[in-house]
Write a protein that binds this ligand. Structure first.
Ligand code: SF4
Length: 453
């Protein structure tokens, strides 16, 4: 057990995140000014007004005792590309930003070049968002079953509850569409996510998309995505509805192409259904399909992951998003095995490395990236695209330079203030039954805090 004493520190959270890159919770104890008892033999680190300096000292100490050198250095934030952009603008050149990332944040050469490349590519492809633009998110918090690792607002509800939810949601969409028109802002992208939006019936989807289109469609709309995550919820009829209402991008998420893993993680669909869903989507003429895969799923090897990726490539997805398994609060996995991710630190890094080689050989390139806490190996989630068909919504949300109007249970709207370059959150409640009950309050929150500009 290692003892680490942080002097002149009351809140140790951000330092503990760094310690967790090297050690599992049963291997260390942190002492602060307020919790000193038992710290006699602890290694002392003293805060002298520069938190990065303290983190670098901690990193060096942990590197010496464990022999590990995590590639993200002392960076524990979830948006490294945003930081790369800020440094590039502040310091005036890519070289200076790279130097700072390596020296100040101790990033490896590989991660430094990756995030600088991503920033440059996003700027070239998408530029800056127009000041009056917003990303619109609509949440459908229902799924056929709950995945082992899920920490989202996902419910397995009956038809009556879903109908009640849609009534409340439609009320919020009408209100928000009208308010946007009044303040002369517009949706640059629309993203219907969840949950699994395609767990709605074709008729419910038609009503939802028809209202969404009437409320937010304009000549400025550049991207319209619907998550069709669970292959077993996809039908030709639903795909026809999506196509008819101008949905240009859907996400079908295999997560793995191994049946034994699907059964283990509670996905309730088969590999054959994933193949059928892709086939149906191609036949329906959906222009762009994203496929999510997860690295580090229980009992999977690097070879399993490679096979899944190759199978997904054969299905013809233009966007492939690689997630690293995260053990999050409120997931069943956390309840069953909260230290799962500490036991496989190398595996996910290897998987992402193999995937990079395969994808780049097949003409894909990374276009966005973010990090999550509690992932195996503290790696990243990374989106690849081919033919420059990157997802606008995904990129903008990580850039944090545009307002996000989020509707439905669990939606967290964010108002962007360009002068101060900051976002202010305007959340809805996450429980869908409380959302239905308190829908007028959700509208008031938006009226007072989102549309007041
Ligand atoms: S499909 Fe997504 S939202 Fe639904 S239960 Fe699985 S992880 Fe959660």
């Amino acid at each position: 057990m290692y003892g680490l004493k942080l002097e002149n520190i009351t809140n140790s959270n951000q330092y503990e995140e760094l310690v967790k890159l090297f050690l599992s919770p049963d291997q260390y104890r942190i002492f602060t000014d307020e919790e000193k008892e038992g710290s006699e033999n602890a290694e002392v680190f003293s805060f002298q007004g520069d938190k990065n300096q303290l983190k670098r000292e901690l990193y060096e100490y942990l590197r010496c005792i464990t022999g590990e050198s995590p590639k993200w250095g002392i960076l524990t934030g979830i948006r490294p590309v945003k930081l790369a952009g800020e440094l590039w603008r502040q310091l005036g050149s890519r070289e200076k930003a790279g130097h700072c990332l390596r020296e100040e944040y101790l990033l490896s050469e590989e991660k430094t070049e990756l995030i600088l490349d991503l920033y440059q590519y996003q700027q070239e492809q998408l530029g800056k968002p127009a000041p009056a633009s917003a990303g619109v998110y609509i949440g459908i918090p229902f799924c056929p079953t709950r995945c082992l690792y899920c920490s989202f607002t996902s419910n397995q509800s009956g038809p009556k509850q879903i109908e009640d939810y849609l009534s409340a949601l439609f009320h919020e969409i009408r209100f928000a569409g009208k308010a946007m028109k009044e303040e002369e802002s517009f949706a640059e992208s629309i993203y219907i996510g969840g949950g699994t939006p395609t767990s709605l019936t074709a008729k419910q989807l038609e009503d939802l998309l028809s209202l969404t289109q009437a409320s937010f469609a304009s000549s400025e709309l550049k991207e319209f995505t619907v998550e069709a995550g669970r292959p077993d919820t996809i039908t030709p009829e639903k795909l026809r509805v999506l196509k008819a209402f101008g949905v240009g991008r859907i996400s079908i998420n295999p997560q793995t192409m191994h049946q034994k893993t699907l059964d283990l993680i509670g996905r309730s669909h088969t590999v054959a259904q994933t193949r059928e869903a892709f086939d149906m989507a191609h036949k329906a003429g959906i222009p762009l399909i994203n496929a999510d895969l997860i690295a580090g799923l229980p009992e999977e090897t690097t070879e399993d992951f490679r096979q899944s990726l190759e199978a997904v490539l054969e299905l013809g997805a233009d966007n492939i998003t690689l997630h690293t398994l995260a053990v999050k609060r409120s997931s069943r996995l956390k309840e069953m095995d909260e230290n799962f991710h500490y036991r496989h630190p190398r595996l996910t890094e290897e998987m992402l490395g193999i995937a990079k080689d395969i994808l780049e050989r097949q003409g894909y390139r990374p276009y966005y990236l973010y990090r999550q806490k509690h992932t195996a190996g503290s790696t990243e989630n990374i989106g690849y695209c081919r033919r420059d068909r990157l997802s606008l919504y995904n990129t903008r949300i990580m850039e944090e330079a545009q307002s996000i109007l989020a509707l439905g249970a669990g939606g967290i709207s964010k108002v962007y203030y360009p002068k101060e370059n900051r976002l202010e959150r305007v959340p809805n409640v996450s429980n869908f039954e409380i959302y239905i009950e308190r829908i007028e309050e959700m509208l008031d929150r938006k009226r007072n805090n989102f549309f007041r500009r």
